[in-house]
Design a protein around this ligand. Structure first.
Ligand SMILES: [Zn+2]
Length: 130
């Protein structure tokens, strides 16, 4: 790595990562910048926004796949967590006080269930366990 390349990487590290930042990462093997860019895109950028970025097509297919696969894994984990929250909420708020069990036709039962999910989500967002 040349001194100029190091200077460029240092400059890019001081800025908010963008899809555009990944292009020189690959071309010049900027190994310090790469994790910062990938982490930002994986966690802060929606997949549709990533794919619509004008610099998306300037990335190699390997880089596109790496980011999209990481996003898929994140979404899968989030869906699993959400499912756990839904299932644990369901067991706590199965039905309203009028019924002995959850009734699909009862708005109050659904309301109880939604309240349970909402409370669980709030708890999880505050760091409580599922
Ligand atoms: Zn009910």
């Amino acid at each position: 790595m040349t001194a100029l390349t190091r200077q460029c990487e240092k400059f890019l590290l001081s800025n908010t990562p963008r899809v555009r930042s990944l292009v020189p990462v690959e071309r010049y093997q900027l190994i310090t910048l790469k994790p910062k860019c990938l982490q930002y895109i994986k966690t802060k950028m929606q997949a549709t926004v990533f794919k619509a970025d004008p610099d998306y097509n300037n990335l190699t297919m390997e880089a596109q796949n790496e980011v999209l696969m990481a996003k898929a894994v994140n979404y899968e984990a989030a869906m699993y967590r959400l499912k756990q929250i839904m299932m644990s909420s369901y067991s706590l708020y199965q039905h309203c006080t009028k019924h002995q069990s959850f009734k699909h036709e009862c708005v109050t039962c659904y309301s109880q269930f939604c309240s349970g999910v909402y409370e669980k989500l709030n708890g999880v967002m505050k760091g409580e366990s599922i």
